[in-house]
Write a protein that binds this ligand. Sequence first.
Ligand code: NAD
Length: 291
Amino acid sequence: MRISVVGTGYVGLITGVGLASKGHEVTCVDVIQEKVDQINKGESPIYEEGLDELLKKVLAKKKFTATLDLKKSVLDSELTFMCVGTPTKDDGSIDLSYIKSAGKSIGESLKEKSDYHVVIMKSTVLPGTTEDVLIPILEKESGKKAGKDFGVCMTPEFLREGRAVEDFLNPDRVIIGALDEASKKVAKQIHETKDKQFLVTNLRTAEMIKYASNAFLATKISFINEIGNVCKRLNIDTTQVAKGMGMDHRISKHFLRPGLGFGGSCFPKDVQAIITQAKMILIMILMFLNL
Ligand SMILES: NC(=O)c1ccc[n+]([C@@H]2O[C@H](COP(=O)([O-])OP(=O)(O)OC[C@H]3O[C@@H](n4cnc5c(N)ncnc54)[C@H](O)[C@@H]3O)[C@@H](O)[C@H]2O)c1
């Protein structure tokens, strides 16, 4: 399949190189010239085990290229992944400016396409964003109808830093949120490999699965740290407590190690974004009830 990937950061580059290694023809798009040049030279801007080797391999096989030309990439492909960043704003809400601007450019390109095209949201966005923000932009700019003239899916990414290439090539689960049957078929085909769990949902459920997963893991880390604070006072070794808890398969040992707390590029921003959305919902309910 011919695939374009918009946003060549951590997720976009691994998605692009991973799909190219499976035989697809991939073009990764970014707005930063230096990044595009560096990637085309076979140098990954990020470090992930196995990524440099795989990048060089797919470039040599001419299965992969990076470019600044979004329009040509969309016109020359059948499927576009949206992988731009979704940082946090000062008020804790999610900044959708990259999604909106990339969505506008994808929509303008779709206007010139006669073939059916699928757009897959891979960026982490709050429940309702693909339906209420991306689709209206794509429809407005293309003059076409989502679910009829072009397809839309949402496939959240669950890469672990340090093992991202391995996770992309052999994920333990694939969640596909789909607007329409035709795009669901395309998304399933792209993610098809053996021994993995598939779940097909609607768009907003797929978006929520990503946030609920990250919030749950962050909670698990915070929980064992809180237990650790109590243990310290009682002269109990928290690592032994965590080990004993983790032996229960309903709990599991993962993300149950006492330490500094959660961090990284996703957990803090995703937890903050879902809290802010939940607060907004609560305010709307209170206003509705006139309280
Ligand atoms: N980093 C992770 O571990 C991880 C894991 C799962 C999901 N996610 C989510 O995936 C999304 C992307 O994350 P990331 O870490 O790859 O972000 P990133 O900031 O590393 O990369 C985003 C890239 O998009 C480019 N970009 C911005 N606007 C563009 C446009 N209009 N056209 C083309 N390129 C454009 C930027 O220049 C940048 O290179 C986020 O929503 C993030 O929350 C990240």
